[in-house]
Design a protein around this ligand. Sequence first.
Ligand SMILES: [Fe+2]
Ligand SMILES: [Fe+2]
Length: 470
Amino acid sequence: MSSINYAEKIPNNVNLLNDRTLQRALEHWQPHFLQWWQEMGPTDFQASDVYLRTAISVDAQGWAHYGTVKMPDYRWGIFLADSVPARTIGFGDQMGEPVWQQVPGEYRSTLRRLIVTQGDTEPASVEQQRLLGHTCPSLYDLRNLFQINVEEGRHLWAMVYLLHAYFGRDGREEAQELLARHSGDADKPRILTTFNEPISDWLSLYCFTYFTDRDGKYQLKSLAESAFDPLSRTCRFMLTEEAHHMFVGETGLGRVVKRTLEVMKELGTDDPAKVRAAGAVDLPTLQKYLNFWCSSSLDLFGSEISSNSAANFANGLKGRPDEAQYEDHVLRSACMKLGTPEGEQEVPMLNALNEVMRESYLKDCEIGLKRWNRQIERAGFAFRLTLPSSRFRRSIGAWAGQPVSPQGELMGREAYEKALTSWIPSEADRAFVHSLMQKVVEPGKMAAWIAAPDRGINNLPVDYEYVKLQ
Ligand SMILES: [Fe+2]
Ligand SMILES: [Fe+2]
């Protein structure tokens, strides 16, 4: 097991001390990162004491280490999961051969692109969420937001380490660019569209952490299969952090549902107007937020038919999440039937891997919905939350720009445009949700639109002062 050396400027378990050139390069990048954090990280809470989790080693025990720190003093570092002895390539045309400890020349630019794209999402989400602290529904939630933010910062470190260590000068330039692009910036936006959508309310944050961080989980899982071993080990450790982000999304949305049901029971009605008047999020509005964030996250998997995904798989760069669960790891003779607006098409499985991933992602998304629907059913109401069809509101792939309902029906353009505001949040819906966002910072107290969590962090009570505001 590798423990992490905190005596160094950059905490790490990659033996940075023995590679002076790399150490110097990363120490040169560090102040740029800290400056980015000050300018683009959470606004106005840099002096607060936050109860945060930091890794002190990469095994399960060392991982759950908690303490109070000011965010700028958080020890961002480079942590890789332990190497698997004699690991071999688990899929693609070179299956069974030893994994690579260096980047093969022929895959250099593709691997760099994969790492840069992943790396770009990490600081992007911090930028998207930077104003949320001002409207936190509780100190417990504020702390969770900051935990996610510092960990996304660390994920940026993880990708920057790979760029610096394995991609020479190009890698160093890309690392610099990761701090130069900004979410929503007109001239230099982040690479992926979803990461340029502002997140200005907590309902959106819970949706983002439920749907978009879950896309992150799937991307990391597929990169954890990579034949490029340093990338695999980096992503495996990132996944342990990512789990908390999805936990915040799933429990956050569950608490919204719980509170809404309490209000509905008190009022004895499911009338959305009355639920809103009582200061809770009515279920149809919640459904619209789910439709918006789910459809926006589905695009992140890419086109249904993709020669890039075929090449990445065949070459061993990017596998399927949990590759071991499949029987065929080469896929040279497998096919898949895909629905397109022009009818069903049979395509080589290798070219349909984005769709394979998207389908298993959607299955994973169903888990929370089942739980929330059970809550609604138990409370005696008929409403059911659903996931939109993977063809709804797509902006890339076979269904891009097609007028498809959340139920997956292709329909007339005019009727579609008209119905769209009843499927995704309208300006009025957003204004209503914003009106609920009032800062609550008394320990243990919750905003009126969300129920308290079942338990606090690390066995502490819910009313613990998770953030000491300064
Ligand atoms: Fe991340
Ligand atoms: Fe995340």
